[in-house]
Design a protein around this ligand. Structure first.
Ligand SMILES: *Cc1c(COP(=O)(O)O)cnc(C)c1O
Length: 403
């Protein structure tokens, strides 16, 4: 077991009075937290270490032989994982504690444990399906829409999702700070010289894997650009490394308001007391939280799972923002569902539950078309008499709207 290099002094007992209602809500649906897992696999880790994000990073599981100590790998999971060149393997001990050790079909497990299927290239799949390189005026920045840019601040994540949109570029660790800094400077220069940019979305990789000081440096430079109205961060950290959301981080972030955060959540099993605490802390810092979810076959492609996820997120004050059709990255066919499935899910949610719990279902168009929304059709057309529009509601009833 590796020792963490930094000690985060931000560990506290889990039951703060203010957080209790949300915690209680999460416990109703959350699997047991990692205590047993920790005692079994990291018996020498203290409570303090386990709750220290740098310890979590230092003890990530990054190879199959390591993974085999925790999970009974199936034939599909075991053989040919080639680590090098492809999408790396990385799972935090915390996130691994949510993985079922014996069931290779468990949703969370499928989303982070590599399988043979990802070595299969299917028609239509491409390394850069969204054509981001073509819309990249400087390295590390994508400018596709008129008034906002995507700044890829780092290529590192704490956990690599097997369906990652940017599998072509994530995980190149060991990039020196100096190089990254020079790239950031060029991105900042571009934003400064394009005053139409009023919204900067900082993503990656996962920007919340950066140390506080580096993130603060970047945020303060972006905030200092007069044309930038809002800053957004895209991250999966609250789901996979909730220990990272410390009090010092939350208070640093709130200095850069208006700041929004979009969190990548995949499955209701992620809504643990730890994730609840992380989201509570961010929401209490006044940061509006949205979620982005990728529709994945056998992982979350049914109405009850999605309803449970989205309703759970509302309890955590996270507003479901986008539901993505899975991008055709190489080796992702086993994850993709027909578009019809996504539409069925939206149909199964809209009207049946809180409107806030219904995200916008989008396809990020291959070739750089951007996000295109898809909606079930509630409009049946003109009445035969031509005096009304015929509409259908969530319960299947038909209604007339006079025209
Ligand atoms: C998703 C995305 C954005 C942000 O889109 P919104 O619909 O405003 O959330 C901006 N730039 C790129 C390249 C994107 O992929």
């Amino acid at each position: 077991m590796k020792k963490a290099t930094l000690i985060d002094g931000d560990v506290e007992p889990p039951s703060q009075p203010m957080e209790q209602p949300a915690l209680r809500a999460a416990r109703l649906s959350a699997p047991p937290t990692g205590l047993q897992f920790r005692q079994r696999h990291f018996p020498r880790a203290t409570h303090l270490e386990w709750n220290d994000w740098t310890w979590q990073l230092a003890n990530r599981i990054t190879s199959l032989p390591q993974l085999e100590r925790f999970l009974q790998l199936s034939d599909e999971e075991r053989p040919n994982f080639r680590g090098k060149g492809g999408l790396p393997l990385s799972i935090t001990p915390y996130y691994l504690s949510l993985v079922d050790p014996t069931d290779p079909g468990q949703p969370i497990r499928r989303s982070v444990v590599p399988t043979l299927h990802e070595q299969l290239l299917s028609p239509g799949e491409a390394g850069d399906p969204l054509g981001e390189e073509a819309d990249s005026p400087v390295s590390g920045l994508v400018h596709r829409y008129p008034d906002r840019v995507l700044l890829l601040a780092t290529s590192a994540c704490s956990v690599y999702c097997r369906y990652c949109t940017r599998s072509r570029m994530v995980g190149h660790h060991g990039r020196r700070d100096g190089l990254l800094q020079a790239q950031w400077e060029r991105c900042l220069g571009y934003i400064r010289s394009h005053p139409k940019v009023r919204d900067v979305l900082i993503s990656g990789g996962d920007p919340l894997t950066l140390p506080d000081e580096r993130l603060q440096w970047l945020l303060s430079r972006v905030r200092a650009i007069p044309s930038v109205e809002i800053i957004r961060i895209g991250t999966k950290v609250p789901a996979v490394l909730p220990q990272r959301i410390t009090r010092p981080l939350a208070s640093m972030l709130q200095r850069f308001h208006p700041l929004w955060i979009s969190i990548h959540f995949t499955h209701p099993d992620e809504l643990t007391p730890e994730a609840t605490r992380a989201c509570t802390r961010l929401a209490d810092a006044g940061i509006p939280l949205g979620s982005q979810t990728v529709l994945l076959r056998g992982v979350n492609d049914d109405v009850p799972t999605m309803r449970s996820l989205f309703q759970g997120l509302l309890r955590l004050r996270v507003r479901p923002y986008y539901l993505y059709q899975c991008d055709p990255i190489p080796g992702s066919a086993h994850f993709r569902t027909p578009v019809e499935r996504g539409l069925e899910i939206i149909r199964g949610l809209r009207g049946h539950t809180t409107g806030y719990a219904v995200p916008t279902y989008v396809i990020d168009a291959p070739g750089g078309g951007g996000k295109i929304p898809l909606l079930p059709d509630y409009c049946l057309g003109q009445s035969p008499e031509g005096d009304a529009l015929l509409l259908t509601n969530y319960a299947g009833g038909t209604y007339r709207y006079p025209v």
